[in-house]
Design a protein around this ligand. Structure first.
Ligand code: KG4
Ligand code: ZN
Length: 418
């Protein structure tokens, strides 16, 4: 089965073509034929965060060129002798793409000139995320599904992050670590179901959730942030410290620099930050007070030089990590979790990765699943994988394609068939 994954929920336009031979004894075998992410970060920087209408416009501009590149890399970009006539689909295409004239124009320039690629399923993010951005990806997916007559499966972005973490590079643990074998298997992965019940801690720009999984398609949110998401807090604190968007990687870099110093950049008692809800009996989080505490601290200090920035970055990262791990440990214990899955863009954070790794390793904790850094932040591979698992709920033109909607606040539910 060959799957095209499409992701446009925020400021990354991402497409992936994934091949899978289905289930095997060792799990699902996956081969990435092409995996492209086009980040808009530089464009949003001047707004200090993601500007939804700009994100939407950029997705519309970039989807067709990115599709061309992705098909080319997969060896699926084959020209036709005589341009196909798309007249038969005119009305549907207009319905799906009329609000995106630039996308429609590019679509009509490319699609009739290439052969239908051997893709069996189109998998697209429908939420959660920025609705205008989600709609562009969804409408593009609907247009492709119509013209190529390929079923479409709607995917929850957060579920995608869970799948990203379950991926294992083939031969990752091979004792024969030959270079040529590594190269040969560079894009080959397996994916195994974790032991259940499993607990997923999802930390991204829009979410902070503890999710109990009793099966592969059985999600229950058992804890979440009451205000800001972790990634959002990183980004806001970075802004307070005058660091560019996205703040996560910037804070992380400064905090690491602080830890490498002789005094480890530890703050004085007076500059300690709070650990919000650390001891609350529930499994919820709150990060907005932490951000405000940073704001007051910087105001009190007055001139915030590089040294102080480093100190604050380190203390902020320590505070966030302590809260995240304490609540996760509590949840693992409460539900007797056999596996712990960390997912979402904030898992790119080195300190958070190491802290969780150390805990699960040293205390014989649950089996631990962590995405590689390049699979931590938004990508379309995770959406394609989720599509494989939901292939039986794929929708065709006749079974209600036009009814599928983008849902900005889409939730994970016990049965996540969207
Ligand atoms: O999952 P993601 O790519 O997009 C959403 O679904 O939101 O996550 C993006 C978030 C941003 O807030 C970004 O600052 C944060 O992940 N992030 C990090 C790091 N890299 C990305 N946060 C902390 N440390 C990092 N190294
Ligand atoms: Zn994400």
């Amino acid at each position: 089965m060959v799957i095209l994954g499409i992701e446009t929920s925020c400021d990354e336009t991402a497409l992936c073509i994934l091949k899978t031979d289905g289930r095997s004894e060792t799990g699902v075998n996956l081969e990435i034929l092409a995996n492209n992410v086009l980040s808009q970060i530089v464009l949003h920087r001047k707004y200090g965060g993601v500007f939804p209408m700009l994100a939407k416009r950029e997705h519309a501009k970039n989807l067709v060129p990115l599709l061309k590149k992705t098909l080319e890399k997969s060896g699926f970009l084959r020209p036709v002798k005589k341009s196909e006539n798309l007249k038969a689909y005119g009305l549907q295409l207009k319905n799906f793409l009329e609000r995106e004239p630039e996308l429609l124009k590019q679509f009509l320039e490319l699609i009739p000139t290439i052969k239908k690629p051997p893709i069996d399923l189109i998998s697209v993010t429908i939420g959660p995320g920025l609705e205008p951005a989600l709609w562009v990806g969804l409408n593009f997916a609907k247009a492709l599904s119509t013209v190529w007559q390929i079923p479409l499966v709607p995917i929850n972005h957060m579920e995608g992050h869970i799948f990203s973490s379950l991926l294992r590079r083939k031969n990752e643990f091979s004792i024969f670590n030959f270079q040529f074998l590594n190269k040969l298997n560079a894009e080959r992965y397996t994916l195994n179901a974790p032991g259940f019940p499993a607990l997923a801690l999802l930390i991204s720009g829009g979410h902070t959730q503890l999710v109990l999984m009793r099966g592969m398609d059985n999600y229950e949110v058992v804890g979440e942030t009451l205000d800001d998401a972790v990634g959002e807090a990183f980004d806001k604190v970075a802004r307070i410290l005058g660091l560019p968007y996205p703040g996560g990687p910037e804070i992380s870099r400064l905090a690491d620099e602080a830890r490498a110093r002789k005094d480890s950049g530890k703050p004085t008692e007076k500059r300690k930050l709070p650990r919000p809800m650390l001891h609350s009996p529930d499994l919820n989080f709150s990060f907005s007070g932490l951000k405000t505490a940073v704001l007051y601290l910087t105001k009190k200090i007055g001139t915030v030089d590089q040294d102080i920035k480093m100190q604050i970055a380190r203390e902020f990262e320590d505070a966030v990590t302590e809260v995240l791990i304490t609540k996760t440990q509590k949840a693992v214990e409460r539900f007797g979790a056999n596996a712990l899955i960390l997912g979402g863009g904030v898992t790119a954070n080195k300190h958070i990765r190491e802290t969780f790794r150390k805990w699960t390793y040293e205390h014989s904790g649950p089996a631990f699943y962590l995405p590689t850094i390049d699979h931590s932040t938004d990508n379309a591979l995770m959406i394609a994988i989720a599509g494989f698992f939901h292939r039986n709920s794929a929708i065709t033109e006749t079974s209600g394609l036009s009814e599928i909607k983008a849902v900005g606040n889409l939730q994970l539910t016990p049965h996540c068939d969207t």
